[in-house]
Design a binder for this molecule. Structure first.
Ligand code: PDD
Length: 281
C-alpha cells in the first residue's frame, strides 16, 4: 500500500513519524475520512472545508488543505483502487517540536499523512437493511466537538461500551439531550419530521448529515434542527445514524428497547434510496 507523508508518496510500511510529533504527544491534530465510491470521491470539497475550519481554530501553520484533493486522487490511482470502494484518511498534526504545551515558535510545518484503505460495503449494506442496535452513554467529551480532532478517547471508550453490550453504536447524551454517535450523527423521526441536533460546538457538522437534510428537502420531508430529549425518545417512530462509513443506517433498538417494531421505517428507506442516487453524482 502506498501512502503519503509530507509531500512524498511511499510504501505505508516505511512511514515513520517522530515521537516528538504533537499529534502523538498531545492529540494536537485533526483528521478526515472521505468515502471513495468506484469512480469518484464523495464531497471531497466539503471534507477539506471542515479540515480547514479545524486548522483555522487550532491556528496551524497551514489552514488550506485543498492541495490534498489531487494527492488523494493520485493515491487512489497509485494503489490501483480506482474501480473499488475505499476510505481515505487524512491526518494533519501541528508538527514536531520538543514537548511543551504552548504552540511551538517558530511554528513547525504540519505533519500531513494520507492513506487509502479498501472498504467492504457488503457488511454495511446488510446493517443498513436490518438496522443496528445502539446504546446511550453520558457525553464526557470536551466542548469543541465541531473540530474533527484525533482526541477520540471518549469516543473509543463509548464505542467499546457499545460492543460490550452487543451494540454497534453509542449515542452521547448531554444534559438529557441525544447529541450524536461516536462516529455518526443522530436523527429521529417524530410526526413525520426528521429532527437532528442543531450545529454547535457539541457536535460534528457531518457531511452526511448535511446531505441527508438536503435530501429531506428534495423529498418534501419536514426537518428541524432542534434538541432530541431522552425523555421523549420513546415517541420517535424511527431513529437513524448518518456518517461517511454508515451512510444512512437505521437504529432498531436503543438501550435494548425496540424502535417501531424493530424494523427500519419508511422515512429511513426513502432517505437511503435518495442517498444511493446522490452517491452517483
Ligand atoms: N466519523 N460525528 C462524529 C463524532 C464522527 O466521528 C463522524 C464521522 C460523524 C459523521 O460525519 P460525516 O458524515 O462527515 O462522516 C459525526 C468518521 C467517519 C470516523 O471517525 O471514522
Amino acid at each position: 500500500m502506498i501512502a503519503y507523508l509530507n509531500g512524498r508518496f511511499m510504501p505505508k510500511k516505511d512511514i515513520c513519524i517522530p515521537v516528538d510529533d504533537r499529534g502523538f504527544l498531545f492529540s494536537d491534530s485533526l483528521y478526515e475520512v472521505i468515502r471513495y465510491y468506484p469512480g469518484h470521491l464523495f464531497r471531497p470539497d466539503a471534507h477539506i472545508r471542515r479540515l480547514n475550519h479545524g486548522a483555522g481554530h487550532l491556528a496551524l501553520s497551514c489552514t488550506d488543505f485543498s492541495c490534498l484533493i489531487p494527492v488523494v486522487r493520485d493515491l487512489i490511482r497509485r494503489n490501483d483502487m480506482a474501480s473499488r470502494d475505499a476510505l481515505v484518511y487524512i491526518h494533519v498534526t501541528r508538527g514536531c517540536a520538543p514537548r511543551n504545551h504552548p504552540f511551538p515558535s517558530p511554528a513547525p510545518d504540519p505533519t500531513i499523512y494520507v492513506c487509502v484503505t479498501p472498504f467492504d460495503p457488503g457488511a454495511r449494506e446488510h446493517r443498513r437493511k436490518t438496522g443496528i442496535q445502539a446504546i446511550t452513554v453520558p457525553d464526557i467529551r470536551w466542548a469543541r466537538c465541531d473540530m474533527k480532532t484525533t482526541g477520540l478517547t471518549a469516543n473509543v471508550l463509548a464505542n467499546q461500551q457499545a460492543v460490550e453490550n452487543n451494540a454497534d453504536e453509542a449515542i452521547f447524551v448531554r444534559d438529557g439531550v441525544l447529541m450524536e454517535g461516536t462516529h455518526s450523527n443522530f436523527m429521529a423521526v417524530f410526526d413525520n419530521t426528521v429532527i437532528t441536533a442543531p450545529l454547535s460546538n457539541y457536535i460534528l457538522g457531518g457531511i452526511t448529515r448535511e446531505t441527508v437534510l438536503d435530501l429531506c428537502r428534495d423529498l418534501g420531508i419536514r426537518t428541524a434542527e432542534s434538541p432530541i430529549y431522552t425523555s421523549r425518545i420513546h415517541l420517535a417512530s424511527e431513529l437513524i445514524v448518518t456518517g461517511t462509513t454508515l451512510e444512512v443506517t437505521p437504529i432498531v433498538t436503543l438501550d435494548g428497547r425496540p424502535v417501531r417494531n424493530g424494523s427500519p421505517g419508511p422515512t429511513t428507506r426513502a432517505l437511503q434510496a435518495a442517498f444511493k442516487k446522490r452517491i452517483l453524482f
